[in-house]
Design a protein around this ligand. Structure first.
Ligand code: AR6
Length: 188
């Protein structure tokens, strides 16, 4: 067991765990970056990941976009983790909050699903997320948390390889919002 955060158990030894912390220090197979469509280095958790992981991540991001084009909102791309403890970084593009009637919940759910699917396709077992879109992109965390957890639960249940999803939340208010949302998550 790790830490004292809340854990949601799914069948087949799959779990979703919440913890407070710094994602750049997490040793999951993959950590997820809250990225933009151009995979350009920005602020927030993205800036922290590039700073901690070193320049190879930005180089791989440039190569990825040159080959595949921009990542659509709700999509994800993968690079290695450079100097990070995590082996891979999944760069997920969440929606910018425009008030809630521009398909933001769908797009946010897609960003979580795409991330788990891309990690699963690489044969990875564990993946750790930040709270995508709730910083610079302005998505209210009380609305984002249930969408994030429900999307993660669905994708985890469908995965072949991924067994462990962690949410590594930077501040107490974000952690509290996810904890409240986790209590409403039910096994179906
Ligand atoms: N570990 C975990 N969470 C963190 C960390 C960290 N080290 N640092 C910040 N957070 P944001 P977004 C939290 O703004 O809203 C960038 O410029 C933060 O407190 O990083 O999806 C990108 O390049 C918040 O709860 O991502 C994009 O252009 C959460 O991570 C854009 O910002 C997400 O905040 C993406 O904006």
């Amino acid at each position: 067991m790790r830490g004292m955060g809340a854990v949601f158990q799914l069948p087949d030894d799959r779990s979703i765990a919440l913890e407070r912390g710094d994602l750049t220090r997490v040793d999951a197979d993959a950590i997820v970056n809250a990225a933009n469509s151009q995979l350009a280095r920005g602020g927030g958790v993205c800036g922290a990941i590039h700073a901690a992981g070193g320049p190879s991540i930005a180089e791989e991001c440039r190569a990825w976009v040159a080959e595949h084009g921009a990542v659509p909102t709700g999509g994800a791309a993968i690079t290695t983790g450079g100097r990070l403890p995590a082996r891979f970084v999944v760069h997920a593009v969440g929606p910018v909050w425009h008030g809630g009637s521009s398909r933001e919940p769908d797009l946010l759910a897609n960003a979580y699903r795409s991330s788990i699917e891309i990690a699963d396709g690489q044969g990875l077992c564990s993946i750790a997320f930040p709270s995508i879109s709730t910083g610079i992109f302005g998505y209210p965390v009380s609305l984002a948390a249930p969408v994030a957890l429900e999307a993660a639960r669905g994708a985890l249940a469908a995965a072949q390889n991924v067994r462990e999803v962690r949410f590594v939340l930077f501040d107490q208010a974000t952690h509290d919002a996810y904890e409240a949302a986790l209590e409403s998550l039910s096994v179906e």
